[in-house]
Design a binder for this molecule. Structure first.
Ligand code: CUA
Length: 317
């Protein structure tokens, strides 16, 4: 009977107010089920019970005051009750506690950028400490996006030229998916990532160094593997292929050591220094045939992440 008593259809509850959101939703849902079947079955029964029979005379009734009052007042009370139930939840949802940690969220075609209180940034990879209220202050650099974290019951439009806010208290450690919930162009489906809810000490470590995940790669010496992860996480994959196909930016396959012709006509050999410069000052030396559209990753990539990316590019023969 789990489908009846449980929270079927709903994702796991990851935040403090998820339970109240679900209870409200399921309350309205079951009320609708009862009303739908109650009305449908009564209608069918009456149609059968009072069907035409030769010789049956329909009694004449003008009105029934008691009945009319009842069918007006009961639905009114239900609607007023639902309103205050919803309002109560909305008031909690609307105003963040004063001690909430603020993370700013920027949506752009087609990635999410997160800026933490200490100024460090991540892309498509969000970290929050468990059991601490978090307030998201969000805006868009281009079109309408929508930040949606199903497990947290958080969903809010992200609007160019405006700031919108949501807050929540994550209560469940581990990975929770977030996504863009507003169709925003060709690669809308790529605007998704993982919110990692972790212990305060792990969160502090993440801000300082990139977290325990990085340590695993460092200890194994797998720089190319670390770089591949950054390639997917930081959104490099939306413009650079690794299989030789041309996209908005040059492919990374066979890039390292290649002689490239720049837009200015000069040539250079792709090495560590050029790759690093291209991540931090992308428009300094743009390869011929490509638009200078790459955003700077200054402040967005830690040194070990740059090193990983260079190693990854080097590994793509
Ligand atoms: Cu951003 Cu869809």
């Amino acid at each position: 009977m789990n489908w009846l008593t449980g929270r079927f259809m709903l994702p796991p509850q990851g935040s403090a107010f998820a339970d109240q959101v679900d209870t409200t939703f399921l309350g309205i849902y079951w009320l609708s089920v009862v009303l739908f079947w109650g009305i449908t079955l009564t209608t069918l029964y009456f149609a059968w019970r009072y069907q035409y029979k030769a010789g049956r005379v329909t009694p004449h009734q003008t009105h029934n005051t008691t009945l009319e009052i009842l069918w007006s007042v009961i639905p009114l009370l239900i609607c007023v009750g639902l309103f205050f139930w919803g309002l109560n939840g909305y008031m909690k949802y609307a105003v963040a506690p004063g001690d909430a940690m603020e993370i700013s969220v920027t949506g752009k075609q087609w990635l999410w950028e997160f800026t933490y209180p200490d100024g460090s940034k991540t892309i498509n990879d969000m970290h929050v400490p468990v059991n601490k209220p978090v307030r998201l202050v969000m805006t868009s650099e281009d079109v309408l996006h929508d930040f949606f974290v199903p497990d947290m019951r958080v969903k809010m439009d992200v609007i160019p030229g405006r700031y919108t806010q949501v807050w929540f208290t994550p209560t469940v450690l581990g990975a929770h998916t977030f996504t863009c919930a507003e169709y925003c162009g060709k690669d809308h489906s790529g605007m998704k990532g993982i919110m990692t809810v972790e212990k305060q000490e792990d969160f502090d470590k993440f801000l300082a160094t990139g977290g325990t995940e990085w340590e695993t790669y460092r200890d194994s010496g797998d720089w190319a593997g670390w770089g591949k992860l950054q390639y997917e996480r930081k959104g490099c994959n939306s413009c650079h292929s690794v299989d030789g196909t041309s996209s908005k930016g040059p492919t990374w396959k066979g890039l390292f050591g290649k002689t490239e012709t720049l837009g200015t006509g000069t040539t250079l050999v792709v090495d560590d220094a050029y790759l690093q410069e291209s991540m931090l000052q992308p428009n300094a030396k743009v390869v011929k045939g490509f638009e200078p559209i790459m955003p700077t990753f200054q402040g967005l990539l830690r040194n070990h992440e740059i090193k990983g990316l260079v190693a990854y590019i080097q590994s793509l023969k």
